[in-house]
Design a protein around this ligand. Structure first.
Ligand code: SAH
Length: 406
């Protein structure tokens, strides 16, 4: 230990699944380590007279002894973390571990410890662990840079290039609101088939060799455009390409995503799904409108307004929706908004029910128009509301925080 200060550590990936790991201490250091240990499958045993609520919340997955450390706590342990804020206790843990030949990390004094915790990151099945010679800030900084470089494809591990289709939800429009999985999928694509509402900025970042197919520009010919899209997806996947089907929001929220899943399955093409942040919730959120709020709305209903109430093909029971008390979130509803507002009033919703219309949510052109069910038609017209827009109906619209510009 301290008598060999200049030797570098010997890196090793501990496989802790099913093995007892003792964490002595129940404060913020323990709180950060325990979830990672649980994630590695370890049988975690925490010993501390007091633990933070976050550790308490993990009680179903770990064992906790609410008392001071005893040497016998280390019986059967494979690994120990001394994470108290009391130097003497950490010292005692460390000595007891040393005697039993169990590797022990010390939160207070790395020089005296037999093991060090690296800064870690995970990316597509890869674990990055950085040890910067007892300088935790430096190791975390280096880890962050490596992770960012991996995410942005500046450095790349052998990408998953198996042929097939990946349905990727791109979120509501702001490129920051795309998931890491979505970015990884785009980085591994040979072909990207993109919708108009998919976040466009991300397409500029595609590697030069990637073929970009804009669905809005597909020839419509005799086949319906969805059939044409299915055909394009299957054709490229069969040619050995990795195809990303990139859409706005989440592919299964009015995105016809599952039709593509079925078409691929029928054609024997492997298909995977990367869920996205749906505009139905995130666009109101960014505009300062919560879809639920304690004491105001205990439910929200997301409805496509592309057909007016009473349309023979409509699957929406508007009188039942009107009879609910909660929030109604309408997508694709700009054109039919007046008819929908009338149906909700006819079904019993108050004429004064607040309504917010959020256009181009999370994007530079975002604009919110506030109205009521009775005033909606005139206000949509006066504000020249155009799609894409989300219409939120319900008392949650009135709870926005003062000063929020939504
Ligand atoms: N799958 C998408 C929704 C597709 S339907 C999702 O989960 O978000 C398309 C409709 O979504 C648009 O007509 C509009 O009502 C809504 N929409 C999508 N993105 C939007 C945005 N950034 N701002 C406002 N409305 C949006």
């Amino acid at each position: 230990m301290s008598d060999h200060p200049s030797y570098p550590p010997y890196p090793s990936g501990l496989r802790l699944a099913g093995r007892r790991v003792v964490v002595v201490g129940g404060g913020h250091v323990a709180q950060r380590r325990v979830p990672v240990l649980i994630g590695a499958g370890a049988e975690v045993h925490v010993v501390s007279p007091e633990v933070t609520p976050a550790i308490e919340g993990l009680a179903a997955e770990i064992t906790i002894a609410l008392r001071p450390f005893r040497e016998a706590d280390l019986d059967g342990a494979w690994y120990v973390i001394a994470a108290t804020d009391d130097r003497a206790v950490n010292e005692a843990v460390s000595l007891a571990a040393e005697e039993r030949r169990i590797f022990c990390v010390r939160a207070d004094d790395a020089r005296e410890a037999s093991a060090w915790t690296p800064a870690i990151g995970r990316h597509e099945g890869l674990t990055v662990a950085v040890l910067a010679n007892r300088e935790p800030r430096r190791s975390a900084g280096m880890r962050d840079e490596i992770m960012q470089a991996l995410r942005e494809g500046v450095i790349s591990i052998a990408q998953d290039r198996t042929p097939g289709v990946v349905l990727v939800g791109g979120g509501p429009g702001d490129p920051e609101l795309v998931t890491i999985a979505a970015r990884n999928a785009l980085a591994s694509a040979d072909v990207v088939v993109a919708d108009r509402l998919a976040p466009r900025e991300l397409l500029d970042e595609l590697a030069p060799g990637v073929e970009l197919i804009d669905v809005a520009k597909l020839p419509r010919g005799r086949s319906a455009s969805q059939e044409e899209i299915n055909r394009v997806l299957i054709e490229h996947a069969r040619a050995g390409k990795r195809v990303v089907r990139f859409k706005g929001g989440d592919n299964f929220v009015f995105g016809r995503g599952y039709e593509e899943v079925l078409a691929c399955a029928e054609a024997g093409v492997p298909v995977t799904v990367v869920p996205g942040l749906t505009s139905a919730i995130s666009v109101p959120a960014r505009a300062g409108i919560p879809v639920t709020h304690r004491g105001v709305a205990h439910e929200f209903t997301v409805i496509s307004g592309h057909l007016p109430p009473g349309h023979p093909d409509s699957l929406v029971e508007w009188p039942a929706v009107a009879a609910l008390r909660g929030t109604v979130v309408l997508l694709m509803a700009v054109q039919n908004a007046p008819a929908i507002a009338s149906a909700l009033i006819a079904g019993g919703r108050s004429r004064d029910t607040p309504v917010a219309v959020v256009m181009e949510g999370t994007m530079p052109g975002e604009r919110t128009v506030r109205s009521t069910l009775a005033g909606l038609e005139a206000d949509l017209e006066a504000a020249a509301v155009r799609p894409p827009a989300i219409i939120v109906v319900g008392d949650v619209v009135a709870v926005s925080a003062p000063g929020h510009d939504g």
